[in-house]
Write a protein that binds this ligand. Structure first.
Ligand code: F6P
Length: 489
């Protein structure tokens, strides 16, 4: 059976019925900002919010998130609630306000300078400060209070997102053990050796065992989590059932590989607007008549952007027949720029590009084009359609939805995906050209292989990958989690 928005809606209505459904995340699904004509509502560039919006539309529940938009306060009611989506209200967005100091300590510092590098293991040293941990704990407590207020006296399902809320489920359960709580951890979970450097390791594990269900992208992360629990806590673990028992509560630890809205991307890919954009991209003097490879990522050190530039450099060195005939276009928004390591990484990307272009460039041609921009889905799809190759070279990535978006966009059954073997998506997209992003020589060979692949082989590989993503789409991801939650009623 292929899951779609309609199917998910009916499953949610049937399974959740009269229970309240509350989603919690740091990032909100709709942001209000000031614009020339007044206030404008925009959606953030986040795979997570895109994945959950249909779930919320179907459940008509409440989404609790931090209010981040400059005009967010202007549109909420006295209880900090606003109905969304703005053009067809279907659920409630409840905003939680964090001061600048809180956001710095909770989001930038503890979550993204601490937990993010801790979980990704890409040789960026995590930074843990006691004061950030105190704020992280206090913010989790604030969200717990808001969730409990939203649930009121009703029975409820609460679905928490990500590493910003490691303590939240236990805080909810402390007051309301009857609420069914699930959490999805959108990033990898490290092995116990790596995890043990976290000064709050035991508290974090203890907090996460407040969940009835704890989801990761792949089984490997589930096993790493259980191994960490085993190392730090005195609780019973059942490796057969993939679960841990703390007090009277069993936490089921399960893989739920997240995905994309395949149908929506396919529709956009087949639109006249995209064909128009593709013509414009291919006609751009920098790309015209040349092979075009693209990478689209947030500027984040986990994404292996410097490593892919190094592979382009090696490719031109090994295969000089491509000098002047190949362009690598790197697109994507700046991210978490208040963090020192991200500032540094941006400089590294820029300098790597300048050095390589200086080495190989000649009049009218530069091998690397870098544009730090935030793109809408239609633009992303257009670049995917205009490209001969898409390169995803994360050094470590929980899933990576860019790879799945590329596959969904290639309704022409063409194009080649070069994919890091360290992404969750490489477990599903076996027909991609899998690379170790640190092995520049082999990576360079994969670029050559991709450019020289016959149309027949491209078609065969792409058709198989498209079947996989079509079937394992985002509605299936959400539906499977809802089904698991319902079993616990
Ligand atoms: O990949 C993990 C994740 O938290 C996603 O859920 C999210 O889309 C992405 O990182 C971006 O994170 P941020 O909200 O910090 O920009």
């Amino acid at each position: 059976m292929i899951w779609d928005r309609q199917e998910l809606k009916s499953v949610i209505r049937e399974k959740i019925g009269e229970h309240k459904f509350v989603v919690v995340s740091n990032r909100e699904p709709y942001i209000h900002i000031y614009s020339a004509g007044g206030i404008k509502c925009i959606t953030p560039a986040s795979g997570m919010t895109t994945a959950l919006d249909p779930v919320m539309t179907a459940s008509g529940g409440t989404w609790v998130a931090a209010g981040m938009g400059e005009a967010d306060r202007e549109v909420v009611d006295a209880k900090d609630r606003v109905q969304v989506p703005p053009d067809a209200p279907a659920y409630t967005l409840r905003r939680v306000w964090l001061s600048r100091e809180e956001a710095n300590a909770f989001y930038y510092s503890y979550s993204n300078e601490g937990l993010w590098p801790l979980c990704h293991i890409v040789h960026v040293r995590p930074v843990f400060r006691e004061k950030d941990w105190q704020v992280y704990t206090a913010v989790n407590r604030r969200f717990a209070d808001v969730v409990l207020e939203e649930v009121g006296d009703d029975t409820a399902f609460v679905f928490i997102q990500d590493y910003h809320f490691a303590l939240l489920s236990a805080m909810i359960k402390e007051k309301r053990p009857d609420i069914i709580v699930a959490q999805f951890w959108h990033i990898p979970w490290p092995n116990p050796e790596a995890f043990r450097v976290c000064p709050n390791a035991a508290e974090i594990l203890d907090g996460l065992l407040g969940n009835d269900i704890l989801g990761f992208h792949i089984r490997y992360d589930c096993l790493n989590f259980l191994d960490s629990v085993d190392r730090f806590l005195e609780v019973r673990i059942d490796r057969e059932r993939l679960s841990a028992f703390k007090g009277g509560l069993e936490t089921l630890v399960r893989p739920f590989p997240i995905s994309v809205d395949f149908d929506r991307i396919e529709k956009i890919a087949d639109s006249a607007a995209v064909s128009e954009r593709v013509r414009a991209i291919r006609g751009d003097f920098r790309f015209k008549g040349r092979f075009l490879a693209v990478g689209i990522d947030r500027m984040d050190y986990t994404k292996g952007i410097v490593e892919r530039f190094a592979a382009v450099d090696r490719f031109l060195e090994k295969y000089p027949e491509y000098v002047g005939k190949f362009v690598f276009l790197q697109l994507g928004p700046l991210s978490r720029i208040h963090i020192q390591r991200y500032k540094q990484y941006n400089d590294e990307i820029y300098h790597a590009m300048v050095d390589i272009n200086e080495r190989w460039g000649r009049s009218g041609w530069e091998p690397i084009v870098l544009q730090k921009v935030q793109l809408g889905l239609e633009e992303v799809v257009s670049y995917f359609r205009a490209a001969d190759l898409c390169v995803v070279s994360s050094i470590h990535d929980g899933m990576n939805l860019v790879a799945k978006e590329f596959v969904a966009a290639r309704t022409d059954d063409s194009g080649v995906l070069i994919l890091s073997q360290f992404t969750g998506s490489s477990r599903e997209l076996e027909q991609a050209l899998l690379v170790n992003p640190l092995a520049a020589d082999r990576f360079a060979d994969a670029i050559k292989q991709g450019l020289e692949m016959t149309e027949a082989e491209k078609g065969e590989r792409m058709r198989k990958m498209r079947e996989t993503v079509r079937e394992n789409n985002v509605y299936r991801w959400a539906g499977k989690i809802v089904n698991e939650m319902k079993k616990l009623l």
